[in-house]
Design a protein around this ligand. Sequence first.
Ligand SMILES: [Zn+2]
Length: 299
Amino acid sequence: MKVELENLFSIDETSQDQVINVYNRHGIAIGAPELRKRNLKTKFNPIFTLNEDVTYEQVTALYESLEREFGIVSIGERFYFEFSDLEYERAPLFTLNSTGNSPEMFLEDKGTLFSLSTHCKCCRLMDKEQLSPIVIDTTQMKDRHLVHVNGYWVASEELVSLMKREKLEGYELLEVIHQGPKEGKQPAYQIIPIQMLPECSKDRVKLYFATEQPPCSCGLNGVINGPDIYHHEDLENLKGDVFYSAECSHDGRYLYRKTLFSKRFRETIIKYGISREVRGEKDANFGPKDWLFDPVLIK
Ligand SMILES: [Zn+2]
């Protein structure tokens, strides 16, 4: 697994070379970055790999130099996790990051009932417990097989039939409540895993945005989790195809449990042409309806 960090900021075209020098001085080799011109400023977005040679501490020092020497303060940061072919082949489980490179994979909640309670007094993250079926406008699903609603996955009838036919297991279905126009409404089902995975290994990479506030003491807000890592023996006797993770994720306001899927689930989706095989966000196959599964790492 490789962690890449992309920076994005604007500079005067004339200071380009000097900025590249600052990176090099901090031990971060960057090639000629892709430059996109806009007015007088030029967009600058170098991507580099984080490892023993380039640590996150170095990056923080680099940002201080960029600010001091060039007055660059708003640096966009984006992390990419890249997996080897072997990691895809060995993974028994996958995280589903997306069901399409498109905002249409997200559907707005139209009034699902939750009970809410404060999880962290510092950052105000809330726990939520679902009290009713999910309420959405199912006409917006159109021909999508799986959409994301506030941390939950909602499947089309066709996907549910496929899952049954292929004997994928480990979930319950809860039909959603349709709220919206009658024309074009369709049955849709929340996939609710019935098993929870054992805890992740403590070796999981944890990152944070150097340009933002340090992470909250609750260990959730402000932390960017790397791929899930599990001990081999913890997953050995696992049966089923859909699971909740033991660790909580959040969307900035509410906590939720992430759903993980089996290797066979991913293979079924690809075999039946619901999605092309996608390996990473930068894969040319990652189109508006392709599913992005990341493998879990095994140690
Ligand atoms: Zn907190």
